[in-house]
Design a protein. Structure first.
Length: 105
């Protein structure tokens, strides 16, 4: 009975833990400094709002759910969003969200 409960809890929490670990790992790559936005892709036509699959508001909600923190700032960088978050343990992190796929890094 207890083993089954533990298995259910682990199966439900595992995706969130993996996402959180990947966010923490990428944030630590900057060694405490703000992460720099990657260079914009080179192209002839700028990405339009219609080309995006997720909005800035949806990206903010996703980052808030993933980190459990408070969003301090959010900026639209064209093909991606830059979202600054205050985590539960008081650290400020920057998460980039792809405007087409919703992938976070």
């Amino acid at each position: 009975m207890i083993g089954t409960m533990i298995t259910v809890i682990v199966k439900r929490a595992l995706p969130a833990l993996i996402l959180l670990a990947s966010l923490c790992g990428s944030a630590h790559a900057g060694h405490g400094h703000w992460l720099q936005a990657p260079e914009a892709p080179q192209g002839f036509a700028p990405q339009t709002v219609a080309d995006r699959r997720i909005s800035l508001a949806q990206a903010i909600e996703a980052v808030q759910r993933a980190t459990g923190g408070k969003v301090l700032d959010a900026k639209d960088l064209g093909s991606q969003y830059r979202i600054k978050v205050l985590t539960r343990n008081g650290e400020v992190r920057v998460v980039f969200v792809d405007a087409e796929t919703g992938a976070m890094r």
